[in-house]
Design a protein around this ligand. Structure first.
Ligand code: KG4
Ligand code: ZN
Length: 339
């Protein structure tokens, strides 16, 4: 089966083509970062308009690179939520309409299911069941993944997501948008240890997170650092360390709680080097193995949507003719496909 995936839930437009036998055949990602940069964050209406301009030309490129044509496609998967509703509707309208025009089935995919399954795009991917740490701009969650469509949320952020905390602190430090990668780069050049930042919620049982207090502590520390470059770099390092420590401690607790030895890290913050290295070492020390998508598939992409779509279509799931998208869509409402 060959499936086209379309992702347009936020500020990346992406199209991918996956094959059940040969894996990912081709894919494209266009980031709208430059478009939104001057506004310091994503402007929903601009995002929707840009998706409209780009999806079909990208589809032509993806088919061309794979040497395939419309008639070779057996299904279409599109991100149906959660995300910006206007942006989602662009991908949903185009995805559903293409499937209708081509006479093939369509399926609407939950964006976070895409992130959870992204490590399966790699040659040596994990097998079910596994624990997933999902850390993106919009979500921070620990999820026990029993199988396709069987997701049990163990804990999540009660306020800001980890990526959001990175972005807000980076913005405050004048590092631009999106700030996560810029703050991580600054942290790499700084020496940690000067600023005592909190590790929120570590003293409480359970697997929930909270990052808004950390952000407030960073505001105060920034006043202390002033314009001194070394102090600012040190603050970035301390901030990154506080987030990474918190994520790692709760994740190890959850691994013990579930009795699992397979961990998946997904979502944009999963591209953070410090998190990747420290989590790998900490997990290995307890005999667990960590799986990451390659960095380009940590952030938003269509390969993960095509993969989730392929798996659901193969097992008989079919979307109706209606065009359907949801800005809010709790992950644990998902169900396994029919077969
Ligand atoms: O998954 P994603 O691409 O979009 C959402 O669905 O949210 O995640 C984007 C988030 C942003 O907050 C970005 O700042 C963060 O991931 N991010 C990072 C790094 N790369 C991306 N945060 C920390 N370190 C990084 N290297
Ligand atoms: Zn995402």
């Amino acid at each position: 089966m060959r499936v086209i995936g379309v992702e347009s839930s936020c500020d990346e437009t992406a199209v991918a083509l996956i094959c059940s036998e040969r894996g990912l055949l081709s894919h494209r990602i266009h980031s709208q970062i430059e478009l939104h940069q001057e506004w310091g964050g994503v402007v929903p209406e601009l995002a929707s308009r840009d998706h409209i301009r780009r999806v079909l030309p990208m589809l032509a490129e993806v088919l061309g690179e794979a040497g395939l044509q419309q008639a070779d496609i057996d299904g279409v998967a599109y991100t149906a939520g959660p995300g910006l509703i206007g942006a989602l509707l662009v991908g949903a309208c185009i995805g559903r309409s293409l499937a209708f025009a081509w006479g093939v089935p369509a399926v609407g995919i939950h964006h976070l299911e895409g992130h959870l399954l992204a490590p399966l795009l790699e040659a040596e991917g994990p097998a079910f069941p596994f624990l997933a740490l999902l850390v993106s701009g919009g979500h921070t969650m620990l999820v026990q993944v029993h199988g396709l469509g069987e997701y049990q949320i163990l804990g999540e952020s009660l306020d800001d997501a980890a990526g959001e905390a990175f972005d807000k602190t980076a913005k405050m430090m004048g590092l631009g948008y999106p700030g996560g990668p810029a703050l991580a780069r600054l942290a790499a050049s700084g020496r940690a240890g000067r600023f005592r930042l909190p590790r929120p919620m570590l003293d409480r049982p359970g697997f929930d997170f909270s990052f808004s207090g950390l952000k407030t502590a960073a505001v105060l520390a920034l006043r202390e650092a002033g314009d001194d470059p070394a102090a600012r770099a040190g603050l970035a390092a301390d901030f990154e360390a506080a987030i990474v420590d918190t994520l790692i401690t709760k994740t190890l607790r959850a691994l013990d709680h579930c009795g699992l030895d397979t961990l998946v890290v997904a979502g944009g913050v999963g591209a953070n080097r410090r998190l990747r290295e420290m989590l790998k070492a900490a997990a290995a020390a307890r005999g667990a193995r960590v799986y990451y998508p390659r960095p380009e598939f940590c952030t938003d992409n269509a390969a993960m949507i095509a993969l989730a779509g392929l798996k659901r279509l193969e097992r008989g799931e079919r979307a109706g003719q209606a065009i359907h998208a949801r800005a809010r869509w709790p992950l644990d409402e998902l169900r396994p496909p029919p077969h």
